[in-house]
Design a protein around this ligand. Structure first.
Ligand SMILES: Nc1ncnc2c1ncn2[C@@H]1O[C@H](COP(=O)(O)OP(=O)(O)O)[C@@H](O)[C@H]1O
Ligand SMILES: [Mg+2]
Length: 221
């Protein structure tokens, strides 16, 4: 379970101009549920996701995951084993193969034995239709394939929470629809909490709950 209490985030530019990106937000998210974060551009969606993902630690308020403040987790452990993150731009490493990209989060970890890592990799390559692409470089992939690699990378270490920032934003509607189906299927199969920032009706109409943001506040819960 995720419990956020009085989250506040202010960006300070040039030491003078302040932007209140999150304005005293509190919410809880049940384990295994699917959540869409929706709202106009600039409403704080990415800011909220970056904080949940442990990428931004400069905020006020408290954020507990399974009863423990996320600042008390080992940073690398939190970013690899507690959360997995998917971005609109895929963010694959172009010099690495598909398989190497997927394995990135556990390359330095020791949480899974080598045999189990290989089993997990094979399972995800199959599940995401990437078996024939394992040794290809990202430049040889379509957008949909690239996003599937990013999903496999987010899932390899079996995180409890998947965070996705407009995961279908760079895909055509058919490919986007397939990615949506896949995310929900994986949520069901693995019990992973799914938190998605999206403008895509196919995504936000299928979630358990929507969190609407406007000007850094939750407007309708
Ligand atoms: N790095 C930054 N520096 C200054 N202001 C920022 C920065 N990132 C975001 N903001 C501002 O914070 C507000 C929320 O941004 P963001 O979380 O990216 O919104 P959204 O993802 O909903 O479009 C916006 O007003 C945006 O301009
Ligand atoms: Mg954004």
């Amino acid at each position: 379970m995720i419990k956020a209490e009085n989250l506040n985030k202010t960006y300070v530019m040039n030491k003078k101009v302040k932007v209140k990106a999150l304005d005293d937000i509190s919410f809880t998210i049940k384990e295994g549920s699917t959540i869409a974060i929706v709202g106009p551009s600039g409403s704080g969606k990415s800011t909220m996701l970056n904080i949940l993902g442990g990428l931004d630690t400069e905020y006020k308020g408290s954020l507990l995951v399974d009863g423990k403040d996320i600042k008390d987790y080992d940073t690398n452990y939190y970013r690899r084993n507690i959360v997995g993150t998917i971005f609109q731009q895929f963010n694959l490493v172009s010099s690495l193969t598909v398989a190497e990209n997927i394995l990135l989060p556990i390359t330095f970890g020791k949480q899974l034995g080598k045999g189990r890592v290989n089993d997990r990799l094979e399972y995800l390559l199959g599940k995401l239709g990437l078996k024939e692409r394992a040794d290809h470089k990202p430049t040889e992939l379509s957008g949909g394939q690239s996003q599937r690699v990013a999903i496999a990378r987010a899932l390899i270490a079996k995180p409890k929470i998947i965070l996705a920032d407009e995961p279908t934003g760079n895909l055509d509607s058919k490919t986007g629809g397939e990615i949506v189906d896949l995310l929900f299927e994986l949520n069901k199969e693995e019990g992973t909490t799914l938190i998605i920032v999206t403008h895509d009706p196919e995504l936000f109409n299928n979630v358990d709950r929507k969190i609407h943001l406007r000007d850094g506040k939750i407007i309708q819960e």
